[in-house]
Ligand binder design. Sequence first.
Ligand SMILES: CCCC(=O)SCCNC(=O)CCNC(=O)[C@H](O)C(C)(C)COP(=O)(O)OP(=O)(O)OC[C@H]1O[C@@H](n2cnc3c(N)ncnc32)[C@H](O)[C@@H]1OP(=O)(O)O
Ligand SMILES: Nc1ncnc2c1ncn2[C@@H]1O[C@H](COP(=O)(O)OP(=O)(O)OP(=O)(O)O)[C@@H](O)[C@H]1O
Ligand SMILES: O=C(O)CCC(=O)C(=O)O
Ligand SMILES: [Fe+2]
Ligand SMILES: [Mg+2]
Length: 335
Amino acid sequence: MMSRATDRLKVVLSHLERPTARIAAISTSAQIASHYDHHALRYTLDSDVLSPEQKLSYEENGFILIKNLVSEEDIDKFRVEFERICRREVLAPGLLVMRDVAIVKSEFVQDQKAVSKVQDFQEDPELFRYCCLPQILRYVEAFTGPNIMAMHTMLINKPPDAGKKTSRHPMHQDLHYFPFRPADRIVCAWTAMERVNRTNGCLVVLPGTHRGTLREHDYPEWEGGVNKMYHGIRDYDPQLPRVHLEMEKGDTVFFHPLLVHGSGMNQTQGFRKAISCHYASSDCYYIDVKGTTQENLEKEVQGIAARKYGLDDSFTFKDSWAMRGRLVQGERTSL
Ligand SMILES: CCCC(=O)SCCNC(=O)CCNC(=O)[C@H](O)C(C)(C)COP(=O)(O)OP(=O)(O)OC[C@H]1O[C@@H](n2cnc3c(N)ncnc32)[C@H](O)[C@@H]1OP(=O)(O)O
Ligand SMILES: Nc1ncnc2c1ncn2[C@@H]1O[C@H](COP(=O)(O)OP(=O)(O)OP(=O)(O)O)[C@@H](O)[C@H]1O
Ligand SMILES: O=C(O)CCC(=O)C(=O)O
Ligand SMILES: [Fe+2]
Ligand SMILES: [Mg+2]
């Protein structure tokens, strides 16, 4: 029996099969009017929130940056909640508090200074408010459609580099972490919680790389060490043109899960903060990653689940995502 979800997915998939060659030919805004019709678009859906220029920019580059989308007031509240988590005044179920590999073995680093990231805050009502902000969901819907799941949540507190360059995040594609598809119906929202620039380790993107495929990922061979699960694309070519996304507090970038990105070292004494959520259409479906480039990640996730929670192999990579996912709009149809 065909479910509504399957029917909807077919519509989504039919978008994917459309040639994108025409997009490449559209280069100036003067050409937009004549070329612009939704059949030419693969990465964005029909919606009014994105201007034609913004749609084409996402189609070509794999990201769009929206200035001043989240208020100072909200960001300050997220910061207060983060500080409460660091002081261990609250701990929502499933929340993962991560420390930087450079300081993880030292006993004396306290509080906020010890925490490089909190992840999976879907059960923390205050932080989860970020994922539900209507001004963010309006944009998300242009990529996912109306049924929206928050799949992955993070508040990143990039520490001052301890001298080993471990504060860097290697260049990667987020899809490496996700056993669900189609990729084009997944999008990340990443909001700067303060001014971010090259000095404190802003996001670095390789525009247009979302039009490629998922690459092999591994730990980069960095002398100073690499954080757990921070895989980088294998054979990363440092000559490729990079764009540093300098942003102000509240600015938000939406990007495709195949876009190659990372972040540089934090050369300041402050903790560079950002909050993010990966959204997916709830009409997406899980895939088996066995025999694919994602198999190494799956093994590592299962290894962590075994050590931390005593779970065996019957706990799958897919389960780890189905558990975290939370509906933020529409219906939970498939994921
Ligand atoms: C779009 C997605 C993109 C991404 O999400 S990229 C990053 C993905 N990262 C993650 O999913 C988070 C991974 N982190 C974790 O699972 C946990 O923080 C981790 C590493 C298991 C530590 O868990 P804890 O509960 O803190 O356990 P613990 O303190 O007892 O440490 C257990 C062993 O892990 C080590 N460890 C902790 N933090 C680390 C780090 N940052 N880098 C490298 N190793 C780290 C720690 O030293 C300990 O090792 P040992 O057993 O003493 O040899
Ligand atoms: N071998 C590698 N594999 C994957 N990613 C890498 C590798 N080497 C560097 N990167 C990543 O490339 C990005 C830029 O690196 P880096 O911090 O050296 O420069 P930057 O901060 O962008 O620029 P600069 O230091 O010149 O101001 C970061 O995301 C970094 O983690
Ligand atoms: O905030 C950053 O440094 C980037 C984090 C990131 O890309 C990720 O965790 O997937
Ligand atoms: Fe990422
Ligand atoms: Mg740098």
